[in-house]
Write a protein that binds this ligand. Structure first.
Ligand code: ZN
Length: 138
């Protein structure tokens, strides 16, 4: 059995994060699938899908780490080549990844108590994001 739905999120641009956990859990619940996997896939090359304890401290720590690894105002070949200003965003997206897959066990999303699925927006402008949630199992 397979169920697929699209979650739409309007972001405010760089640094914006959204907790997707409840929306993913609702797709699983409506699928009727008891045992399987759920894939959460963000569309685009300037966003990330990951998990974190979704509280302001941990989110700020993640942002600070990303600013250290891929500073917003650094020199990027992408910016020089295309006249873009979001080279940092592509790099952060590539490093964190745009999809995650989780087990579905006993009809529920299998996550830790303090583990939430989040969308991280890195682009330098607000975006309309599409996240495809695919539940596969029986
Ligand atoms: Zn770009």
């Amino acid at each position: 059995m397979v169920r697929q739905e699209t979650i739409r999120v309007a972001t405010r641009g760089e640094g914006d994060t959204h907790d997707l956990t409840e929306r993913v859990a609702r797709v699983i619940a409506s699928s009727g699938i008891v045992t399987g996997v759920v894939n959460v896939a963000g569309k685009g090359s300037t966003l990330a899908i990951t998990t974190i304890e979704y509280e302001p401290g941990a989110v700020a720590d993640l942002q600070r780490a990303l600013e250290t690894i891929a500073p917003r105002n650094d020199d990027y070949a992408h910016n020089a080549r295309w006249g873009d200003h979001n080279g940092y965003a592509h790099l952060r997206s590539a490093l964190l990844g745009t999809t995650e897959t989780f087990p579905v066990r006993e009809g529920r999303l299998c996550l830790g108590t303090w583990q939430q699925i989040i969308l991280c927006e890195f682009d330098d402008r607000p975006r309309q994001r599409e996240i495809t949630v695919t539940v596969v199992g029986q």
